[in-house]
Write a protein that binds this ligand. Structure first.
Ligand SMILES: O=C(O)CCC(=O)C(=O)O
Ligand SMILES: [Fe+2]
Length: 317
């Protein structure tokens, strides 16, 4: 279906037979070492969960501007809430992105010990009023794709020659964000992209798309290729954090979103590790010809660095 973005059926990762798990791990490894992008089927997430998510996303972005601004991300030091049109600029060399977004993270209560302690990125989610079923639908998707992300990491661990559960304890309180996205349709006046060229920050991104074209991945030769939409499949890509963790063995590949012909919705789940996970070259990813390229860093410090860089870009833009 695509020369660049392979389709991988991952149900074998749940098989009792190690050989069945190894087949999927091998296919995942090839995709992560090559294009850094792949489509996933056989993930076990019911279609109704994601359909429901897109339904509430439409209602959310249709709210009056004032209702959306009441949950503005500017009110949250924890990267949660609403981001308005043209408030973000992923490629500092281009006009601001023609998109609006809504972020949620781990759904912690105000009395959660980490929230009370003021831990970075540990905050309560902001839910706008006026969208019935929003919280339930968004949290159902969050939980489903988080579980899928952990399953895929079992495949990565196998591929990398690590104990299969290596990432489990590093992804059980993750700095994960589920981000609903809305890209308005192209108008004659816009030259902006929906999202400028960028790489993702975390370990793994799991994206649900609605069938309206827009997402493009950068090929090694510098050309852009449309990422196909397959109903029921998720688009996955490796982010900068796992690239660093694997000492550049896995590839975090630049991508962008063209301004779509019709309005477009998507939902990206960014799976970053636990804040205290130590991100350092994995055994098996270094050797005489490939010495460790980066110093160890905690998951929280790494994400903070990345987000601060994005905010600096914004200030310049
Ligand atoms: O909406 C999409 O298709 C991709 C969005 C994306 O790349 C991002 O938000 O990092
Ligand atoms: Fe992205």
């Amino acid at each position: 279906m695509s020369d660049t973005v392979p389709l991988i059926e991952v149900s074998g990762l749940r098989a009792a037979d190690p050989a069945a798990r190894a087949v999927v791990a091998h296919a995942l490894g090839a995709a992560c070492r090559g294009p850094g992008f792949f489509l996933v089927t056989g993930h076990g997430i019911p279609r109704a969960v994601t359909d429901r998510l897109f339904a509430v996303a439409r209602d959310l972005f249709a709210l009056p501007e004032g209702a959306k601004q009441e949950v503005s991300i500017r009110r949250s030091p924890h990267n949660r809430g609403y981001v308005g049109l043209s408030e973000e600029q992923l490629d500092p060399g281009r006009p601001a992105d023609r998109k609006e977004a809504f972020n949620i993270g781990l759904d912690l209560g105000p009395d959660d010990p980490e929230v009370l302690a003021g831990k970075p990125f540990r905050g309560v989610n902001q839910w706008p009023a006026g969208v019935p079923g929003l919280r339930e639908a968004v949290l159902a998707q969050f939980d489903a794709v988080w579980a899928l992300g952990r399953l895929l990491h079992r495949g990565f661990a196998l591929d990398l020659g690590l104990p299969e559960d290596f990432f489990e304890s590093r992804l059980d309180r993750p700095l994960a964000i589920l981000r609903l996205l809305h890209y308005p349709a192209k108008t004659a006046a816009t030259s902006a992209l929906g999202a400028g060229e960028h790489t993702d920050y975390g370990n793994l991104t799991i994206l649900a798309t609605d069938g309206v074209a827009g997402l493009e991945v950068k090929r090694r030769d510098g050309g852009w290729e449309a990422v196909p939409h397959l109903p029921g499949a998720f688009v996955c890509n490796i982010g900068d954090c796992l690239m660093r963790w694997t000492n550049d063995v896995y590839a975090s590949t630049p991508h962008r979103v063209r301004t779509p012909e019709a309005e477009r919705f998507s939902a990206a789940f960014f799976l970053d590790p636990n804040p205290d996970a130590v991100v350092e070259a994995l055994p098996g990813c270094t050797g005489p010809s490939n010495p460790a390229r980066y110093s160890p860093v905690s998951g929280a410090d790494y994400l903070r660095e990345k987000l601060d860089a994005t905010y600096a870009h914004r200030r310049k833009g």
